[in-house]
Design a protein around this ligand. Structure first.
Ligand code: NDP
Length: 283
């Protein structure tokens, strides 16, 4: 039976470190502050906002909310971002996406100052991940995958890692971060030939596809460490990852559950980045 890499274990350790850092900053008169910028009333955004606010309270990060109507103009949204960039009491900004269709998302996301871009949405943040320099921050989900590997002492050096999915939010940054940890990385996607064969030869698998249970027994082999990023809602309303968990449990060495895996850690990584942003600004 596989070891279960529970997100809660990682989160607990991470939260403790973050809370200590917050205390240290507060002792210097600095209150790490996250602003959540939401356009409209999307249920997903609101529930993420609630989770993030609760997590922030737990570790002592202050939260402010900026909520704009769905028909907000592009200029008004950009103005709001520029105000947040200029506000020294705000250390990190989380802006939910997708933005409404009348807004040029690429233009707007790049208005955020990389120093406050705690979820790695700007091109400069992503460039930093690719260049290995701290221009901004890595996207939290990709960083959460690394937190899990680090917490459970998974040695990446010299290992074959396969990332299934190549989005800018998860797949590509996760691949770069694995490369940084000296893994030999393959990025697979919807056009990859013999995907099961490619994934089977990996020591470390990061599944970020968005297809429930796609990574089934035919993709898996003994000894693998599997990080399942997928969050898919099944017909009965329950959640499933991209990996067939029941099949994987019987084959691989370790797997992250869904729910209770990467998603849990992502929220704490967000707080870690806010604190890091506050530290960098006040260094
Ligand atoms: P995207 O839809 O942006 O990217 C999906 C990737 O999977 C694409 O690169 C696509 O390939 C690839 N893909 C799709 N179908 C197949 C297939 N049949 N075979 C191989 N590859 C395929 O999704 P995201 O990266 O944004 O998210 C991925 C998953 O992670 C989703 O389930 C999402 O809900 C979840 N997620 C979880 C988070 C968390 O905190 N746990 C946060 C963010 C996302 P191609 O490029 O060729 O089209």
């Amino acid at each position: 039976m596989a070891m279960i890499y529970k997100g809660s274990e990682v989160t607990e350790a991470l939260n403790e470190r973050i809370a200590n850092d917050v205390e240290e900053l507060q002792s210097r008169g600095i209150s790490p502050t996250l602003t959540i910028l939401r356009v409209g009333e999307r249920g997903d955004d609101i529930s993420y906002e609630k989770g993030a606010t609760k997590r922030a309270e737990k570790v002592g990060v202050a939260v402010r909310n900026v909520i704009l109507p769905l028909d907000v103009s592009e200029d008004a949204l950009i103005n709001e971002i520029l105000k947040l960039n200029a506000d020294d009491s705000v250390h990190g900004v989380l802006m939910f996406r997708p933005l409404p269709e009348h807004i040029d998302e690429d233009k707007v996301r790049n208005m955020l100052a990389p120093a406050k871009d705690i979820d790695g949405i700007t091109d400069l943040s992503l460039a930093g991940v690719f260049a290995g320099i701290e221009t901004g921050f890595a996207p939290c989900t990709a960083a959460a995958c690394m937190e899990i590997l680090d917490y459970f002492d998974v040695e990446c050096k010299g290992k074959q890692a396969v990332v299934v999915g190549r989005s800018l939010v998860v797949g590509k940054p996760a691949a770069m971060m694995l490369l940084d940890r000296n893994a030999t990385v393959t990025v697979a996607h919807s056009r990859t030939a013999d995907l099961p064969g490619v994934v089977r030869q990996a020591d470390i698998v990061i599944a970020c596809v968005g297809r429930a249970k796609m990574v089934d027994a035919s993709y898996l082999s003994e000894g693998q460490i599997v990080v399942d990023v997928g969050i898919n809602v099944l017909e009965d309303g329950s959640l499933s990852g991209d990996v067939d968990y029941a099949a994987a449990e019987a084959i691989v060495q370790a797997i992250t559950p869904v729910p209770g895996g990467v998603g849990t850690v992502t929220t704490s990584v967000l707080m870690k980045h806010v604190v890091e942003a506050a530290k960098r600004i006040n260094a």
